[in-house]
Design a protein around this ligand. Sequence first.
Ligand SMILES: Cc1cc2nc3c(=O)[nH]c(=O)nc-3n(C[C@H](O)[C@H](O)[C@H](O)COP(=O)(O)OP(=O)(O)OC[C@H]3O[C@@H](n4cnc5c(N)ncnc54)[C@H](O)[C@@H]3O)c2cc1C
Length: 290
Amino acid sequence: MKKFSYFAPTTVEEAIKVLAGADKDTQIIAGGTDFIVQINHKMISPEKVVDIKKIKELKYVKEENGFIKIGAATNFSELDCSEILLKKAKVLATACGEVGSTQIRNLGTIGGNIANASAAGDSISALMALDASVVLKSEKEERVMRLEEFYQGPGNCQLRKDELLTEIFFQTPNENTATSFKKLGKRKALAIVVISAGALIEKDDNNKCTKAQISLGAISRYPVRVREAEELLIGKELNEQNIEICLEKIAEITNASVANSPFKHLALYKGSAMKGIAREMFANILADLK
Ligand SMILES: Cc1cc2nc3c(=O)[nH]c(=O)nc-3n(C[C@H](O)[C@H](O)[C@H](O)COP(=O)(O)OP(=O)(O)OC[C@H]3O[C@@H](n4cnc5c(N)ncnc54)[C@H](O)[C@@H]3O)c2cc1C
């Protein structure tokens, strides 16, 4: 392995100073679960490594002014058992609880999952359903971007090499809302073989759907919102028939998207599998909305 310079800042301010002027040879490491695999497979060969594990101010889950805010270096185990998430954004707690193994969940962070930008990133799928945003800090500026925007444009994602992802936030779902996450398959190291679905559904007192945010993972380059399926539910009664129509659309979108993606060979399997896990996801949501 090539030798590299190692920095271990203890504050965000120190970290962004070290990152100023960083280029492709600079790499941030948080939990290291993707980083170590990438080094071992010679996918990266950094000259400068900035370890953010000691930055305590990046580890939190809090509710503030109608928003739930999460520090980027919070690990999956902490998120999986967060009282705030379990009560108000179960989709994210469940997704974090289903990442890899206990060891991976104890090390892997939500910021690392987002920055690694995998099609099968479990927290990404859940955060898309929550319509989350990210905060990116550099010495020059602070940028706030919706997650959907973060995964658009050229390159892997919109994160610059001189930037530190510091926070993820989303509006606290209201009391007439339920969320759920479902995943199929196991992911081993770099083999992406999983599909996932996350949703946030809000209803009014007449059991009419007032908000639907549905995201699907591992059907294209990044987890995506499926607005055509969402629109079929909004304004409709939340009953079996309307959910079935929405599920049909989810399968149709999955098939069309997979046919143009790196998962082409799984096209036949993915549409019906997605429909199956989305059906379970809706069953959880309806049970919670009662
Ligand atoms: C055996 C195994 C099983 C896995 N199973 C799953 C799974 O089921 N689901 C899933 O979603 N993932 C899975 N993963 C992938 C991995 O655990 C996650 O992507 C994890 O969230 C990465 O977080 P980390 O802190 O370890 O990131 P690191 O490996 O430290 O970093 C990953 C990338 O993010 C960058 N980065 C990290 N933090 C920041 C930050 N704050 N600001 C800017 N850039 C940053 C790094 O520079 C690097 O490019 C698995 C990995 C392994 C090895």
